[in-house]
Ligand binder design. Structure first.
Ligand code: GDP
Ligand code: MG
Ligand code: ZN
Length: 320
């Protein structure tokens, strides 16, 4: 993708913020406000923006101190979802070059949504991005739903994902999260209101991110973070606060391939009668048998079917 190598007045850096027409590029010792060269486009791709947060770029330094992005390095991976609204069918890249995707959920306001977790896990696995789960607002746990929180924690731990129990209010679990973020590039993903910005404010107080109210009527957060931004961490590494994702539409995935991204299905799927079994209606399906015998969590199977059906319909109505 590079059409030039950094020379005398060129430097390489990472895009840490995008405002639409300007991009903040962090170089070795500066942050340079940069534009994109007029005709410069990523070859033939169908994206909402050619340069995204996390991209490694080469910039040419202009006499006025701004930069001109002249090339984008190949992306290792990306976090992408099907764009919602009028741009349905197009992809919306949330961030590029991610080491770990942390899925944030909360105990209450809004309550935990395993369907969302499963969708992000599938997307991240598709691009070989490690996944962790944060269940925030653990200060709000009360007897009546404690069992549910314990249950979901067990489900995802049993699948091999780390699950952190945190509170931005009391600071619980934040030492573990801080160590997990060190020296990595991490994306913090989740719906509005779960406490993404609040968690980052505790970990890195200088960030002063705006924290939103949660509507008492709908239990949903307000969208205060409108685009992804990468923040350098004082202990090393970068973390991205991302806009609240109400829905997470899958893209780049054929329905037949979906079950490969449900890690616990694999060891049963290889014995299904039909080699291309989708574990839906087919007879002699070992995955369905495993669900019946509780060797696979029924909620994960339900989530799988929801995703399978929406992928088959081309995700016309993106699941929550
Ligand atoms: N009780 C409690 N409230 C929290 C916690 N974390 C965030 N909140 C509140 O949840 C609301 C949304 O927080 P915010 O950080 O803006 O969420 P974001 O939309 O995910 O970035 C705010 O009113 C926060 O004060 C927590 O751990 N416990
Ligand atoms: Mg926020
Ligand atoms: Zn099957």
């Amino acid at each position: 993708m590079s059409d030039s190598t950094p020379g005398g007045n060129e430097e390489s850096g990472v895009v840490i913020r995008s405002t639409g027409s300007w991009y903040d590029v962090k170089t070795a010792d500066d942050i340079i406000s940069s534009r994109i060269r007029g005709k410069f486009r990523l070859g033939g791709s169908d994206q909402t923006s050619p340069v995204v947060v996390g991209d490694r770029v080469d910039i040419r330094l202009e006499p006025d101190g701004t930069g001109l992005i002249v090339s984008i390095h190949d992306r290792l991976n990306r976090i992408v979802r099907r764009a919602a609204g009028r741009k349905v069918g197009r992809e919306h890249i949330i961030m590029a070059n991610v080491d770990v995707a942390w899925i944030v959920q909360s105990v209450l306001y809004p309550k935990i949504n395993p369907g969302f977790i499963d969708r992000v896990i599938v997307m991240a696995s598709l691009y070989d991005i490690d996944v962790g789960i944060i269940i925030n607002k653990n200060d709000l746990i009360e007897d009546e739903f404690e069992d549910a929180i314990v249950y979901w924690t067990e489900v995802y731990r049993a699948l091999g994902y780390s699950v952190l129990s945190t509170s931005a209010l009391t600071g619980e679990g934040l030492g573990v999260l801080t160590s997990a973020l060190k020296d990595k590039t991490s994306a913090i993903l989740g719906p509005s209101g779960v406490g993404k910005s609040s968690l980052l404010n505790v970990i890195e107080p200088d960030l002063n991110l705006v924290v939103g109210d949660v509507s008492m009527r709908t239990g949903k957060g307000t969208h205060t973070t409108t685009s992804s931004t990468l923040y350098p961490l004082s202990s090393g590494g970068f973390v991205a606060d991302t806009p609240g994702l109400r829905e997470f539409g899958l893209i780049d995935l054929e329905p037949d391939m979906l079950s490969h991204y449900f890690v616990e299905f694999d060891r049963f799927a290889e014995y299904c009668h039909y080699p291309n079994c989708t574990h839906d209606h087919e007879p002699e399906c070992r995955v369905k048998e495993a669900v019946e015998s509780h060797a696979i969590y029924p909620e994960r199977y339900e989530s799988y079917l929801n995703m399978l059906y929406s992928l088959r319909q081309g995700e016309k109505d993106v699941g929550r």
